[in-house]
Design a protein around this ligand. Structure first.
Ligand code: ADP
Ligand code: MG
Length: 701
């Protein structure tokens, strides 16, 4: 702002916070559903207040005083004739004392329990009332929100939007499964449930109101994916074919191992996509529709070589290949591996591999960018730096994205658009291969991704000894350190992973630093390294190089090594605070060991006490090494809302439906999407617009 003039159009902080949450249109707010409800429709006598469950009571303050115990606190006694209740505030302001002065009538919500002096509540919410203040007539919704957006503000905004939003039926009769309410009814039921609606039915997502929302959501996803697929069908990608005795064959011959049957099969699937000829109807076009394929394979299943072979095919056909990885470490490792395999073969043909990351700047970068633009760099490996505006490809034919869920949709779009700059008679796009080690079960993937072909590597290379996983309480840390000493004495290497606490990078570093000091002291003759997100890139790769080279025996790291690092001599992995990690994250981490022929162990150290879910999760890790099985259990234990949710995919695709529980609804949505597009294309468009609006653009990526 210049001049400090506030205009009427300027947005308030809560408005900006709403926009940040994607709550732009009335319909967005109407579809923003409560995470839970509070029952303010009734007053419970203090004497009947349950233990440790939310309750609302009302009474008159009989005592209000500040006490100095271990810390200053405000103690308020409230009486309602049935009993009295002590309210305890550890943080309080003068306004508290005013509202809670002796003789005041207040309504209080919180969880009661038995304390030293009878029933008590810690930090309840409260408000002043008089004897006639009416009770709420509906359950009070509690919405997911952010710190800048007060619950009360959001509640009003949702209620107003719900009244305004155009919620008329868009779908022709017969589309929605029988017995479900209209969208309007479903939303009113969930936002403003009457006082007699049992809380359990609101939380139980099998209720018809929930079913309607889930069906609508799945239908929107299926429709938008089919629409995107249709659009992609109109685009053309170059036809990429391996040359006889070309780069692909040379690479295969140079590999120190045989491909597994699964690698062979997925390689063929990819080659078939890329090698399709132009349809005869469009004979002027250079090739068929671009590949849009997800390659899933467990950690260590050997996806990199599959990508390298695909790259070789592209290069054989005279096109460039770009490979993008989410972190600098991972990109560097890909670069090394691919360079080792391909550099000698490429240089014989006068071609090179370019390497682009954020930390490469100045002349070095300019030289790389020039090689990409001239086409001399047949293969371009890097991080997000690969898609920056100043990077122009001479002939980009294939884009490979590793750990695809780590990239935002915008970045995937940008990579695809790199070919569009190049002009030509028909809109062109590169082929796209996305790789992931966070698989979802195959049948689900096939029915969910209407717009994505899925290839699955379901077999590990031979000679791997399965990792033995042990779960220990943190009290056994000294024994674990003893085990490290044994392992190191045998010439093996050890990872020790500390959790990354997102809210507090500071604490995260503290845990890692303390552990590093402890291990350095316990292993005085050994090199113990420390790797964390705050280190400058150059230092990170120096540490990694020492570990990869075998000079460093123990590497203490925060989760920066989560994906892709390949050090076959590492045989022991310790994960501290394992209870704080997600299952698939633990599986990824564990995949860093067991890469060679030596028997490897993964120790999950936890800080008790564990919740029942926590125990199940760690047990699942100890019981299986199969990434697909772990993905399945993860779905069971956590629910796929989280599984597929924002944390893993970068942009949450499903908010309401649950891929595991709702497979039958998904099936119905799939069928109806096909029918709608054929018979009611306008209704299909309207439905997608209602549900996805600007997000639909993104789903095409
Ligand atoms: P991921 O699928 O997790 O990306 P990588 O591609 O990093 O796995 O492969 C893991 C390790 O297995 C690498 O060291 C790689 O060279 C090796 N590898 C890949 N394919 C085979 C194979 N068919 N036989 C033996 N080793 C293989
Ligand atoms: Mg990998």
């Amino acid at each position: 702002m210049t001049g400090g003039i506030t205009t009427a159009r300027e947005k308030s902080a809560p408005q900006r916070a709403m926009e940040k949450l994607g709550l732009l249109r009335d319909i967005d707010l109407a579809l923003h559903l409560p995470i839970r409800y509070e029952d303010e429709t009734r007053i419970t006598p203090i004497a009947d207040s349950p233990d440790n469950a939310p309750v609302q009571v009302e009474g008159v303050v009989s005592e209000c005083r500040i006490e100095q115990r271990t810390r200053r606190q405000l103690l308020v006694r409230l009486a309602d004739g049935s009993d009295s209740l002590l309210l305890r505030f550890l943080n309080f302001y003068p306004s508290h004392q005013k509202t809670l002065a002796v003789g005041q009538r207040v309504r209080v919500r919180g969880e009661a329990r038995n304390g030293f002096s009878g029933r008590e509540m810690v930090h309840p919410t409260f408000r002043a009332v008089d004897a006639h203040t009416p009770l709420a007539t509906a359950l009070t919704p509690v919405y997911p929100t952010s710190a800048q957006l007060p619950q009360a503000y959001l509640r009003k905004a949702v209620a107003a939007a719900l009244a305004r939003a155009p919620l008329g039926e868009l779908l022709p009769p017969g589309t929605v499964p029988p017995g479900l309410p209209t969208l309007r009814e479903a939303l009113h039921h969930l936002h403003q449930p009457g006082p007699d609606v049992p809380l359990a039915t609101l939380e139980d997502r099998s209720h018809p109101a929930w079913q309607r929302l889930k069906f609508e959501e799945l239908l929107a996803q299926q429709l938008s994916q089919r629409l995107a697929q249709r659009e992609r069908q109109r685009l053309r990608a170059p036809q990429l074919l391996a040359a006889p005795a070309g780069l692909r064959d040379l690479l295969l011959a140079a590999l120190p191992f045989q491909l597994t049957a699964a690698q062979q099969r997925v390689g063929d699937e990819i080659a078939a996509d890329m090698g399709r000829a132009a349809d005869s109807a469009m004979s002027s076009a250079p090739g068929a529709a671009p590949m849009h394929r997800l390659l899933q394979g467990d950690v260590g299943s050997g996806k990199t070589v599959v990508a390298a072979l695909a790259a070789a095919v592209a290069i054989d056909s005279g096109w460039q290949c770009a490979l993008m990885a989410p972190t600098e470490l991972l990109a560097e490792q890909h670069f090394r591996k691919l360079a080792q395999w391909l550099e000698p073969l490429l240089s014989a043909r006068g071609q090179t591999i370019a390497w682009l990351t954020g930390s490469r700047k100045g002349k070095g970068r300019a030289a790389m960018v020039a090689r990409v633009a001239s086409g001399e760099a047949a293969l371009v490996v890097g991080t997000h730096a690969v898609i920056q505006d100043d990077v122009h490809f001479a002939r980009l034919g294939l884009a490979v994205i590793d750990e695809q869920h780590r990239f935002g949709v915008a970045q995937r779009l940008a990579l695809r658009n790199k070919l569009a700059d190049q002009g030509g008679p028909v809109p062109m796009e590169p082929h796209l291969l996305m790789m992931t080690a966070t698989p979802i079960p195959r049948t689900l993937a096939m029915s969910y991704y209407a717009d994505l072909d899925v290839s699955t590597i379901d077999e590990l290379p031979p000679g791997r000894t399965p990792v033995l996983t042990k779960v220990f309480a943190d009290e056994r840390r000294p024994q674990v350190i003893g085990r490290i000493a044994d392992e190191v004495a045998r010439g093996r290497q050890v990872y020790w992973v500390c959790p990354l606490i997102e809210e507090s990078e500071h604490i995260d570093l503290q845990i890692a630093t303390e552990t590093h000091a402890q291990l350095s002291a316990a292993l005085p003759a050994q090199m113990v390294g420390l790797l964390h997100g705050r280190l400058p890139a150059a230092e990170k790769s120096a540490v990694m190089a020492l570990f990869a080279g075998g000079q460093m025996a123990v590497l203490v790291a925060t989760t920066v090594i989560e994906v892709g690092v390949d050090v076959p001599n590492a045989s022991l992995m310790v994960i501290e605070h394992a209870e704080r990690f997600g299952l698939s994250q633990l599986h990824q981490l564990r995949g860093r060991v067991g890469r060679g022929a030596v028997a490897s162990v993964c120790v999950l150290l936890y800080q008790g006490p564990l919740s029942p879910t926590g125990r199940d999760r760690l047990r699942a890790m100890a019981e299986t090494n199969d990434g697909f099985e772990i993905a399945r259990r993860d779905l069971e234990i956590r629910g796929p809302g989280e599984f597929m949710g924002a944390r893993q995919s970068g942009d949450a695709l499903l908010r309401f439906a649950d891929l595991a529980d709702d497979a039958p609804l998904l099936q119905l949505a799939r069928e109806q999407a096909r029918v709608l597009l054929q018979q009611h294309p306008a209704a299909a468009q309207a439905h997608v617009a209602r549900w996805l609006d600007s997000r639909a653009e993104f789903l095409k990526a």
